[in-house]
Design a protein around this ligand. Structure first.
Ligand code: BES
Ligand code: MN
Ligand code: ZN
Length: 485
């Protein structure tokens, strides 16, 4: 929990004071509202014990309270990603492990800095420990309450709310594949919208998909005992306006690769293959909490890609909802199949003004861009640019990859309209996968975000994210939708 208060009172067991190198050189500590503490900091600085270098820490005990000085370097040179990382490190510092309530004094009061501090705390101290045997004596940094020394503003409250949806997204991704299955995702969505007046929901299960012809989605789920689902929430926040933004998330609750089975080393994190769906659901939570005055369609396409005698087979052809036939040349290219039917179904039945889809779609995107950017492909440059600009300010970053006329050749099949793989050896795999999807958006302005690299940390941590899901997409989508109000 985070609160805001114009000046902290130093009555908590611990206070973190962030200090910039320039402030230290000028001995300017005006944001520290206690003369005693200001004088102590001055004497420490004068004794050459603290310089304010990036990540430098210096603990003090004053009146039996811990004061942790944390350097942020020269703030104008340190970017806001680094600020988030410094804040995370400070909040996780072992000096604070006994503190339930912590006051925070920022190095300056720029809005972007305060939001970076909020996110450094709420995103940075998150950890997935549901299955770590509890030790009640340990205070989880994520459960602490923090007070930041700054006057409350709607933007800051909104940043806190945004992090709450982001946390839901991370929890959905991090939990077991057999816990967060299609029923669980349906229950999560219906729980979020319960009692809300301006939303309607449509759910297609196996039966409805069969009668309506969502055969690509059905093919992917063929080997699974679980119900496939296309869950669509229509949110009317802007009265009579016919303008709707449609968000579509890939929700493969587990991706074995199907009969083109993934090898060891590639399957262990595949419970995260519903990260796109989870980002859409986290965004839904945020939109409801913020009561945004814009119209949105939230869609999650849920299936499980299994092996077994019922699984769909390489070489077979299926006809999708929009009538196009697809030759399956690799059952591990399943995400584009469920998304194809979802996009076509929404294009036809909801006629949105624009689409944004999010998917852990290709390993090729990870090869191209690594982990710090989502890959963005679009059929509308202005739309792409508006999202890229927001991706930079929200630190939920995206980088554009090309879409061009000649690429259409690479997803043409010898025996069907399309095939679900692109060039040999996976060349250009991220952009050929996007090109496959483009065949189903019906020329509606569309942005595709490949979050295969950005959505999950399979290691100790990266920047201000710990191990596991990062919540990629949630800040970008929430902020984009706020810009549509
Ligand atoms: N879910 C994977 C993509 C993925 C890879 C996500 C690594 C996160 C981390 C996707 O379904 C997949 O398997 N894609 C194949 C496509 C190929 C068979 C054309 C891939 O990228 O190898
Ligand atoms: Mn796959
Ligand atoms: Zn997949």
């Amino acid at each position: 929990m985070i609160r805001f208060q114009p000046a902290v009172k130093f009555d908590k067991t611990a206070t973190i004071i962030f200090l910039d190198k320039i402030q230290i050189q000028k001995r300017n500590f005006t944001l520290v509202t206690s003369a005693t503490i200001r004088d102590t900091i001055k004497s420490i600085v004068e004794a050459g014990q603290f310089h304010g270098d990036e990540k430098e820490t210096f603990p003090l005990i004053i009146n039996k309270k811990l004061i942790l000085l944390v350097g942020v370097g020269e703030s104008h040179k340190v970017n806001l990603t680094a600020i988030r990382t410094i804040v995370r490190q400070a909040a996780l510092s072992s000096y604070l492990k006994k503190s339930k309530e912590i006051d925070v004094i920022p190095q300056n009061r720029d809005d972007a800095t305060i939001i970076a501090i909020i996110e450094g705390i709420l995103i940075g101290t998150y950890s997935w420990d549901k299955y770590r045997t509890a030790n009640d004596k340990i205070i989880r940094p994520f459960d602490r309450s923090y007070t930041i020394a700054v006057a409350a503003k709607t933007q800051y409250e909104n940043a806190v709310i945004t992090c709450q949806g982001l946390t839901l997204t991370r929890n959905l991704i991090n939990d077991n594949a057999d816990t967060v299955d299609s029923d669980f995702l349906e229950k999560t969505v219906s729980g979020l919208i319960r009692g809300k007046k301006n939303v309607t929901i449509e759910i297609l299960n196996r039966k409805e998909m069969k009668s309506k012809g969502l055969n690509l989605h059905l093919a992917v789920n063929q080997g699974s005992p679980k119900e496939p689902k296309l869950i669509i929430v229509k949110y009317n926040g802007a009265g009579k306006s016919a303008d709707y933004t449609a968000l579509v998330g890939k929700g493969i609750t587990f991706d074995t690769g199907g009969l083109n089975l993934k090898p060891t080393g590639h399957m262990e994190t595949m419970r995260s293959d519903m990260s796109g769906a989870a980002a859409v659901i986290g965004t839904l939570k945020n939109v409801l909490a913020l009561n945004l005055k814009t119209n949105i369609i939230f869609a999650v396409a849920v299936a499980e890609n299994c092996i077994g005698s019922a699984a769909f087979k390489p070489g077979d052809v299926f006809r999708g909802y929009n009538g196009k036939t697809v030759e399956i040349l690799n059952t591990d290219a399943e995400g584009r199949l469920v998304l194809a039917d979802a996009l076509a179904y929404i294009a036809k039945n909801y006629k949105p003004s624009r689409f944004i889809d999010l998917a852990t779609l290709t390993g090729a995107c990870v090869v191209a861009l690594g982990y710090d950017f989502s890959g963005l492909v679009s059929n509308d440059d202005a739309f792409a640019q508006s999202l890229i600009a927001i991706s930079n300010t929200t630190d939920d970053r995206a980088w554009q990859l090309p879409s061009y006329t000649e690429i259409k050749e690479y997803v043409k099949s010898e025996i069907a309209d399309l095939k679900n793989v692109g060039l040999p050896k996976g060349a250009g795999g991220a952009i050929t996968a996007a090109e496959f999807l483009r065949n189903f958006v019906n020329d509606i302005p569309w942005v595709h975000l490949d979050i295969a690299g950005s959505s999950f940390v399979d290691g100790k941590g990266r920047h201000y994210y710990g191990h596991g899901a990062t919540g990629a997409g949630v800040r970008l989508l929430t902020s984009y939708l706020r810009s549509k109000e």
